[in-house]
Structure formats: structure tokens, C-alpha cells
Ligand binder design. Structure first.
Ligand SMILES: [Zn+2]
Length: 315
């Protein structure tokens, strides 16, 4: 797929993106977060909106406040509550007094946004679009540049540098398809994603992302027509991943496809495989892995041993 790359951005300073928009890239690069989380500073009538405050890193919080300079930060807005986007919210809110806005139903235990947004609601000129799939509480935001150009803050739903992990139960493949279709019906000119550089001609990528998942789904169905499959084993067959984190991410995506096919009535779940599979044993996620892949490690390991097969043909 035509993903974009970029050299390591300068740390600790605001980088011009588009008129009225700068980003500060957090110091959390990894195989899942690319160069780090993008924290966007957006100029609005009465000051600045900070979209995705970033990970819980006081150095990053200080850099975002410095980047704002003498312009007051009026709102903190979240695309979703994964820790690499949400972690700095409390510290930044405390330092600035700005309220935190996010989807009305938070998936982060113990956290409720000060301003709960619903699909279609507007905050500081940004229109929220509920786009579950990568995360149940994911919002994209429509925004207009000073010259009237319409753009979208696409969070982790559509990223310029990589496809998104869909990790049940926070992630949901059926929702993800629907949220991609929602964007295909729209006409934003640029996407600014949670990780990676600006994306031009974004709907071409959205179409490819959807086609890629549909291809993957057909492949999984074809495999299941031959035999029942355990998630870890099928994932190892379909994805050639050696990095432990990417291996785990591949398993989460395969599980998400299985559960979508189950919800649609094609596939049923059988008793799990009780013997640990080599591809589940060697997965030792580095710190912070759960943030982007969802759930506890023990759950992920158990999920990897879940077994699925085609629904028995009705007589
Ligand atoms: Zn995320």
C-alpha cells in the first residue's frame, strides 16, 4: 500500500503543517507509533485547540505549552483514549485550565471527558465524527483552513504511515469497515493523522485500506473452508512477522476478522486449543504494548488460542 515515510522530525519544537496548524511530535517512537504521536496545535478564534495531547511525558507537556507561547490553550480534544494520545491530557488540563473533550462514552476506565461529544457535534470549529473500529471511542474531526479548504484530523483510524491495528474488544472490524465507508463518502482534501506526515489524496488510501481488509477476509474464509483454525496458527501462516509486537498485532487483526465473520454468521467459535502454540509463547511485548493493541497480555495470549471454523452447512 502507498504508505508515506518521513525523516525523524525535530523534537520539542512546533512544526508547521498547514495554515493555522502546527504539530509537536512526542518522544515515543516505536514500531506501533512510528516517529511518535502527533500533538496538533490548531489556531481558533479565541486561542488554540490542542488535539491529542500525547503520552504521559512531562517533557512533552512542557514542549506543547512552550509551543503555544502567549496564545492561550482553550480546548484539549481527544481522537481516542489510547494512552499515547490521552496520557498527557490531565497534566495539560491542569497546567492550562482547558477542558478535555472526547467521545461521550470513554473506553478508558475511570476517565470521563469534561465535554462529551456525540457524532456531528462541533467544538471550537471542529466537527466530531464517531469512527469506531481502531477504538470504540474514536473520533475524527472535520476542520476548515482559513482559505476554506476542508481537512480531517483522522487520528489512528486512517494513518499516512501504516494500517491500523484492530484489537477486540476495543477494536471492532465490522465498525472499522463502516467507519472507512463513512470517510469514503466525504470529501476532505487532506488528512492529518495521529502518527506520520500529512496525507494528500486521502480517499485513495482509504479505498486501498478497505480493499486490503476485504482481501484479507477472503483469504481467511478460504482457509477456514479447508479446516478449523486457531488464531495464532493462521496468523503465522498469513503474516510473515518476526517482531514480537507486530506478531501480536497480526494476531489481534486475525481475531478481529474472525469475530466479524462470526457476527455475520459465516463462522463459529469452537473450544480453544489448550496447547500453547509456538507463536504465542515467543510473544513478549515490550512496555506499553497494550496501549495500542488493547487488553491484558494474558487475554491476548488466550485470544491467540481461540479456534474458529465455518458454520456447519444446514441440511
Ligand atoms: Zn490508538
Amino acid at each position: 500500500m502507498p504508505f508515506l515515510t518521513e525523516p525523524e522530525p525535530q523534537r520539542g519544537v512546533p512544526i508547521f503543517v498547514l495554515p493555522g496548524i502546527r504539530r509537536v511530535v512526542a518522544r515515543n517512537p516505536s514500531v506501533m507509533t512510528y516517529q511518535g504521536t502527533n500533538t496538533y496545535l490548531i489556531e481558533v478564534d479565541d486561542g488554540l485547540v490542542v488535539l491529542d495531547p500525547g503520552p504521559k511525558d512531562m517533557e512533552h507537556v512542557r514542549e506543547v505549552i512552550e509551543a503555544a507561547g502567549s496564545t492561550p490553550i482553550r480546548h484539549i480534544v481527544l481522537t481516542h483514549t489510547h494512552s499515547d494520545h490521552w496520557g498527557a491530557a490531565a497534566a495539560l488540563a491542569q497546567a492550562t485550565g482547558a477542558p478535555v473533550a472526547g467521545y461521550k462514552i470513554s473506553e478508558k476506565p475511570g476517565f470521563t471527558p469534561d465535554l462529551g461529544l456525540d457524532h456531528g457535534e462541533v467544538i471550537a470549529g471542529l466537527t466530531a465524527l464517531h469512527t469506531p473500529g481502531h477504538a470504540a471511542d474514536h473520533l475524527c474531526f472535520e476542520h476548515f483552513l482559513p482559505d476554506g479548504t476542508k481537512i480531517l484530523f483522522s487520528g489512528d483510524h486512517v494513518m499516512s504511515w501504516s494500517s491500523s491495528i484492530v484489537s477486540p474488544p476495543d477494536g471492532d472490524m465490522l465498525d472499522y469497515y463502516r467507519s472507512l465507508e463513512l470517510l469514503l463518502a466525504r470529501d476532505e482534501v487532506f488528512y492529518l493523522s495521529g502518527h506520520g506526515p500529512l496525507l494528500a489524496d486521502p480517499r485513495a488510501l482509504v479505498r486501498e485500506l478497505l480493499a486490503h481488509r476485504q482481501f484479507r477476509e477472503r483469504t481467511i474464509l478460504a482457509e477456514l473452508e479447508q479446516q478449523d483454525w486457531v488464531v495464532a496458527a493462521l496468523s503465522a501462516k498469513l503474516y510473515d512477522k518476526t517482531d514480537p509486537f507486530l506478531k501480536a498485532a497480526a494476531q489481534r487483526n486475525v481475531l478481529a476478522h474472525m469475530l466479524k465473520l462470526k457476527a455475520e454468521g459465516y463462522v463459529e467459535e469452537h473450544e480453544p486449543d489448550t496447547t500453547p502454540h509456538p507463536d504465542t509463547l515467543i510473544i513478549t511485548p515490550p512496555p506499553g504494548v497494550q496501549d495500542e493493541s488493547g487488553g491484558e497480555f494474558a487475554t491476548m495470549r488466550a485470544d491467540a488460542l481461540r479456534r474458529f471454523g465455518m458454520v456447519a452447512a444446514r441440511a
